[in-house]
Design a protein around this ligand. Structure first.
Ligand SMILES: [Zn+2]
Length: 456
């Protein structure tokens, strides 16, 4: 089934004997469908006019429609990448991080941004990242966009205005292929300045989300950010005045003294912003004393905060010291968060930049790595939710990351029968289906980044 012609050409057709993880069937498992040991249902999917018109137990779909037989192989929805940095991607070759750690990443990024990030550079790299994601089967992406005060960094351009203009252009150009959301990213102290208000206006005009990182300009996560409560109050007031949702980078450090997540939860409750706040990273929560972490997790649940963990990047970045082997994985305590009822998702974060030297905008790869890093297995049944329906709902896209009647027939067909077989292999040979048709797009060659022709 490696050829796009595997699917019938008809306006309406069936995918027979598809095995779909129950976590993706958010409208319910079709009554009578047989489940395997990981709660994957064996079903027939009826597609009509690019939409999922019916989900039935295997063998129950009408014989009158043309069919492709998946013979028990997995059908997934296109996945959702809820936290990325498309503006930073693919800069690692020209501006490497000398040590691979967080301060090196911050400094290399500032150097690269002030020197290179004009509209043409951003356009080329963002389009490349989106092309990779589309070919891999990602249907929705939220990207953070560096939006700090570029005058303070000595850049020659108004960086936020330049970046957001390119983002708006990309969002329009990719509509119908990838749903894009943008978040303004700046050290949080910017919101205490006149620039912060201008940025909030730019975000609102761009239909984006207000964001930030809970560290001071030029500083690091960790220790106490003295004015954190006042800064969060400022941010939440700017958000409320403009009716903007909030998405923050929080406590991306192994220093257990970094406890901004609790401050964010308190601010969310103080401003009545329950259900409208997402926090990424939250690494230090894993290293705090159990009683403190439990307290914070309870408050996060009460505040309706959603948590994004970025396992590949934080395993790369955290606990890195030259000549010393890392002792911890760098990730948030997601199992404890989920047990408390907090919506948790996995996402890709950085891609081939100073914060993470690798990656290919492939959410299936992120999912497979996340299972291993976070122990989301034994059983595997619940794991797919973290890459599909949970981030889809967080982004306010009710169909994204799900397989349900009435949703677009956006699918990934995998040469794997069980969740074990999905996790075991990279699946470069997947078939990506958008609106009922297999896409012809393939991952762009690396040469495309510099406009060269690939040798084959
Ligand atoms: Zn990030």
């Amino acid at each position: 089934m490696s050829e796009p012609s595997f699917l019938p050409e008809a306006r309406a057709y069936r995918l027979r004997n598809a095995r779909v993880p129950g976590a993706f069937l958010t409208g319910g498992v079709p009554a009578g469908a047989i489940l395997d040991g990981d709660a994957c249902a064996l079903i027939d999917i009826v597609v009509a006019d690019g939409v999922i018109a019916g989900l039935l137990p295997a063998g129950a779909s009408p014989d009158t429609l043309p069919a492709a037989d998946l013979a028990g192989r997995q059908a997934w929805p296109r996945l959702v990448d809820a936290h990325t940095h498309l503006d930073k991607g693919h800069t690692v070759a020209r501006t490497p991080n000398p040590d691979g750690d967080f301060p090196g990443a911050r400094d290399a990024t500032t150097a690269d941004r002030t020197r290179h990030w004009d509209a043409e550079d951003l356009r080329r790299r963002m389009a490349y990242g989106l092309a990779c994601a589309f070919a891999h089967g990602t249907g929705a992406i939220r990207t953070h966009l560096d939006s700090q005060d570029s005058a303070g960094e000595g850049a020659l351009r108004d960086q936020a205005a330049t970046t957001w203009a390119v983002f708006r252009e990309m969002r329009a150009a990719w509509a119908g292929r990838i749903a894009l959301q943008g978040v303004g990213l700046t050290p949080i102290d910017a919101y205490a300045t006149a620039y912060g208000r201008r940025l909030a206006d730019l975000i609102a005009e761009s239909d984006g989300l207000i964001g930030g990182v809970t560290r001071p300009t030029g500083g690091l996560h960790g220790g106490a950010l003295a004015e954190i409560d006042a800064l969060l109050d400022r941010l939440f007031r700017l958000a409320r005045e403009r009716n903007l949702d909030v998405d923050l980078h929080v406590d991306e450090t192994g220093d257990p003294a970094a406890a901004s997540l609790d401050a964010v939860a308190r601010a969310t409750l103080r401003h009545g912003y329950e259900g409208r706040v997402t926090c990424g990273h939250c690494c230090s929560l894993a290293l705090q004393p159990d009683a403190q972490a439990s307290d914070t997790i309870a408050r996060v649940a009460q505040a309706g905060i959603r948590i994004v963990t970025l396992p590949t990047v934080n395993m790369y970045l955290q606990d890195r010291q030259r000549g010393r082997t890392p002792r911890w994985r760098g990730v948030a305590p997601v199992q404890e968060l989920m047990a408390a009822g907090v919506p948790v998702m996995v996402a890709g974060d950085n891609c081939r930049d100073a914060f993470y030297a690798y990656g290919d905008h492939d959410m299936l790869d992120t999912f497979r790595a996340s299972v291993r890093i976070l122990h989301l297995d034994h059983p595997l049944a619940g794991a797919p939710a973290l890459a599909g329906p949970v981030p889809g709902a967080m982004m306010g896209l009710p169909h994204a990351g799900t397989i349900r009647e009435g949703a677009p027939a956006d699918l990934i067909l995998l040469p794997a029968r069980s969740l074990n077989e999905v996790v075991a292999r990279p699946h470069a040979d997947r078939i990506v289906v958008v609106a009922g048709r297999a896409i012809a797009a393939r991952r762009p060659a690396y040469e495309a980044l510099s406009g060269e022709a690939a040798p084959w």
